[in-house]
Write a protein that binds this ligand. Structure first.
Ligand SMILES: NC(=O)c1ccc[n+]([C@@H]2O[C@H](COP(=O)([O-])OP(=O)(O)OC[C@H]3O[C@@H](n4cnc5c(N)ncnc54)[C@H](O)[C@@H]3O)[C@@H](O)[C@H]2O)c1
Length: 545
C-alpha cells in the first residue's frame, strides 16, 4: 500500500516537474547577477522543515570589490537547541534502511533524476556557476565544471541506483534455515561540515550520499559561500526532497563545535583544514571521517615527452582556482631531464597568462597577501632557494585586505635542503593560494624524493608523470596518496564524479563521489544471522560444554 501510494505521488510529481521550465528559476530566492551593496542577499537557516533567521547576522564582503553584499545568520549558541533536537529526533536506525521505509530509496532515486534533469538546463547551470563565482571567485570554466560534476553525480544516482547502494549479500549457514545477511546500515543522525572552495560540489555530493544511505544530516557549509547550498536545498525541495530531511545551520566554527558535542551525531564528515579536523576527531571521540588538508606532490619522471602538454597540466594543477583546490599541486619534483627541456620557463609563460579580469587568478579567501609573502620570504632564507616566477602582490585591484591577492608563484628549494629537519615543516606547509614549491632531482636521487613523500603528513592527491612502467612501479609501490594519477597525462586536480577522491593512509580517511565512497562514509556493516529452523525432530538436549 505504502509503495503504491508513493509511486502515485512520484508519477504526479514527475508530470508536474517535466512541464516545469527551469529557465524561470522559480525555486530560487536570489539571483547572482543582482546581488550587490545596494541589494544584499539574505541567507536562511533550515530546521525541522522551516526556513528561519537568527538574532545576529554576519555581513559578507564581495571578494572582488569589498562591498557588503550578503547577510548570513551568525547563529549563537543560545539559538541552536532546535538543531540539536532535530538531530536527536532521528533514531540510530535512520530514516530508512533495508528493513524500514524502503520506498525512500526510490524517492531519492527520483529526486536525483529530477535534479540531474534540472541542472542540464543551461539557464540553471549558468545560475549555479555564476552564484559560485560571486562567493568563491574562479574562472567561469572552473565554476561551470563544478556544476557539471554535480549534475553528473545526480545522474549517476538516479532511478534504482540509490537502492543498489544498499545491496546486501547472503552466505549459506551451517544448517537448514540459517544464513548470514550482510547489510549496509545507516548511522541515523549525522553532520556534514564543508569548506569554502567548492561551494556546491563538496556539500551536495556528501549530503546526497548521507541521505541515500538513510541518514538524517545537519549540514554546515562555510558561511562565506553557504548561499550556494541554500539555493541547492531549495532546488532539492522543488524536486521532491521532503523539507524535514535536511537541517542547514549557518554559524561560526565554535558554535557548530558546540552542536556536535551536545547532539552527539553518530557520524560526522568533515572536509577542511587538518587543524580543525584533529580538534573534532578528539571532541567526537573518533566518530568522524576526514577529508583534510592536501600538500599534493607531482613527480616528473626521467622520460621527457609532451613537454607543452605536461607544462600546461602543471600550470592548471598549481594555479587554477587560484590554487584553492585541496588537490592543488603544492610541490613539483622535476627530473633534471625536464629542467633541461625548459619546463620552468614554460610554466612561467603559462602563469603570466593568468589575469584578474577573467578570474584565472583572483582573491585568496583564507590566506592574506602578507601571510603568503612572509612564507615566501621564509623559504628564501633556505640556502640555494630562489623565486622562479611570481612572488609579487597583484596590482590594480579592489580585492579587500582581508583576502589575499598575489601573482601565481613558484619558489625553487634544493631537494637536500627540503629534507633537512629544520626546513621540512616550513617547505611542506600548505599555502591555500596560487603558490608552489619546485625542486630538481637526478636519477640516483629518486630515493630522496620518496623520502620526502614518506615524511609528509597529508596524503590526498599525487601525480607521477611518466610512461616508464618500472619508474611508475617504484614510485606507486612506495607511496600512499588516496587519489594518485599515473602516466604522462597525470594531474593532481580534477575530482570528477567518476572516480574516488579522498586521502589514504589514515583509518579516518573519507571519500567522495563514487558508490564505494558513499557506502564507506555513510553506512556501516550490519550482519543479521537468520536461524529460523526447523530444529530436527530427533533433537535432544546435549551435555553441557
Ligand atoms: N580533502 C578534501 O577533500 C578537501 C577539500 C576541500 C578543502 N580541503 C582543505 O580545506 C582547507 C581550506 O578550507 P578552510 O580553510 O575553510 O578550512 P577550515 O577547517 O577552516 O573550515 C572548514 C569548515 O569547518 C568549519 N569549522 C571551523 N572550525 C570548526 C569547529 N571548531 N567545529 C566545527 N566546524 C568548524 C568552518 O566554518 C568551515 O565550514 C584546506 O586545508 C584544504 O586542503 C580539503
Amino acid at each position: 500500500m505504502q509503495i503504491r501510494g508513493l509511486s502515485t505521488l512520484l508519477c504526479r510529481t514527475s508530470r508536474r516537474l517535466s512541464s516545469r521550465n527551469y529557465a524561470s528559476l522559480a525555486f530560487a530566492s536570489v539571483h547572482p547577477n543582482e546581488i550587490s551593496g545596494q541589494h544584499p542577499a539574505d541567507v536562511k537557516n533550515l530546521v525541522g522543515g522551516k526556513w528561519s533567521g537568527s538574532s545576529k547576522f554576519d555581513t559578507l564582503v564581495d571578494p572582488l570589490n569589498g562591498q557588503n553584499f550578503i547577510k548570513v545568520p551568525n547563529t549563537s549558541q543560545s539559538e541552536v537547541q532546535p538543531f540539536i533536537a532535530s538531530l536527536q529526533s532521528c533514531p540510530k536506525s535512520g530514516l530508512h534502511n533495508p528493513l524500514k521505509n524502503l520506498e525512500r530509496y526510490l524517492l531519492y532515486g527520483d529526486v536525483s533524476a529530477k535534479v540531474a534533469n534540472a541542472l542540464r538546463h543551461p539557464k540553471l547551470a549558468d545560475y549555479f556557476a555564476r552564484l559560485i563565482q560571486r562567493v568563491s571567485p574562479k574562472s567561469y570554466a572552473q565554476a561551470e565544471g563544478e556544476v557539471m560534476v554535480t549534475q553528473k553525480f545526480f545522474e549517476n544516482f538516479s532511478g534504482d541506483q540509490v537502492r543498489f547502494l544498499a545491496r546486501s549479500f547472503t552466505v549459506p549457514g551451517n544448517h537448514l534455515g540459517q544464513q548470514s545477511i550482510g547489510l549496509r546500515w545507516p548511522y541515523g543522525p549525522v553532520t556534514i561540515i564543508t569548506p569554502f572552495n567548492f561551494p556546491l560540489e563538496i556539500p551536495a555530493l556528501q549530503l546526497m550520499g548521507a541521505l541515500y544511505m538513510g541518514n538524517k544530516p545537519l549540514l554546515k557549509v562555510d558561511s562565506k559561500v553557504s548561499i550556494v547550498m541554500e539555493q541547492m536545498l531549495r532546488l532539492l525541495h522543488d524536486c521532491g526532497m521532503p523539507l524535514e530531511d535536511v537541517d542547514f545551520l549557518n554559524s561560526d566554527g565554535p558554535v557548530m563545535n558546540h552542536v556536535l558535542v551536545e547532539a552527539e551525531p553518530k557520524m560526522t564528515l568533515f572536509t577542511g583544514s587538518s587543524r580543525v579536523a584533529e580538534k573534532l576527531a578528539g571532541d567526537l571521540k573518533g566518530r568522524i571521517k576526514l577529508e583534510d588538508a592536501g600538500f599534493d606532490w607531482k613527480i616528473l619522471g626521467p622520460d621527457v615527452q609532451q613537454v607543452d602538454y605536461v607544462s600546461w597540466v602543471c600550470d592548471q594543477d598549481a594555479y587554477a582556482c587560484s590554487g584553492q583546490k585541496c588537490s592543488a599541486q603544492s610541490i613539483l619534483f622535476m627530473h633534471e631531464n625536464w629542467t633541461k627541456a625548459g619546463v620552468v620557463d614554460k610554466l612561467k609563460t603559462l602563469a603570466k597568462r593568468r589575469k584578474l579580469e577573467d578570474l584565472t587568478v583572483g582573491p585568496v579567501l583564507t590566506v592574506t597577501t602578507k601571510r603568503i609573502l612572509d612564507h615566501i620570504e621564509s623559504l628564501l632564507k633556505i640556502p640555494g632557494s630562489k623565486i622562479a616566477f611570481g612572488g609579487k602582490p597583484l596590482s590594480n585591484h579592489t580585492i579587500p585586505e582581508i583576502y589575499g591577492a598575489v601573482e601565481p608563484t613558484a619558489v625553487y628549494v634544493p631537494l637536500k635542503e627540503i629534507l633537512k629537519a629544520k626546513n621540512f615543516d616550513l617547505v611542506t606547509t600548505e599555502i591555500f593560494g596560487p603558490f608552489q614549491v619546485i625542486t630538481e632531482y637526478k636519477t640516483a636521487e629518486l630515493h630522496l624524493v620518496l623520502e620526502a613523500c614518506e615524511k609528509m603528513h597529508a596524503h590526498l592527491t599525487a601525480a607521477v608523470v611518466s610512461n616508464d612502467v618500472h619508474f611508475l612501479q617504484e614510485v606507486l609501490g612506495n607511496t600512499v596518496n588516496g587519489t594518485t594519477y599515473a602516466g604522462i597525462r597525470a594531474r593532481t586536480t580534477g575530482a570528477p564524479q567518476n572516480h574516488w577522491f579522498g586521502p589514504c593512509g589514515d583509518p579516518r580517511g573519507a571519500g567522495i563521489g563514487t558508490p564505494e565512497a558513499i557506502k564507506l562514509v555513510w553506512s556501516a556493516h550490519r550482519e543479521i544471522i537468520q536461524d529460523v529452523g526447523p530444529v530436527g525432530s530427533g533433537w535432544k538436549t546435549p551435555p553441557c560444554t
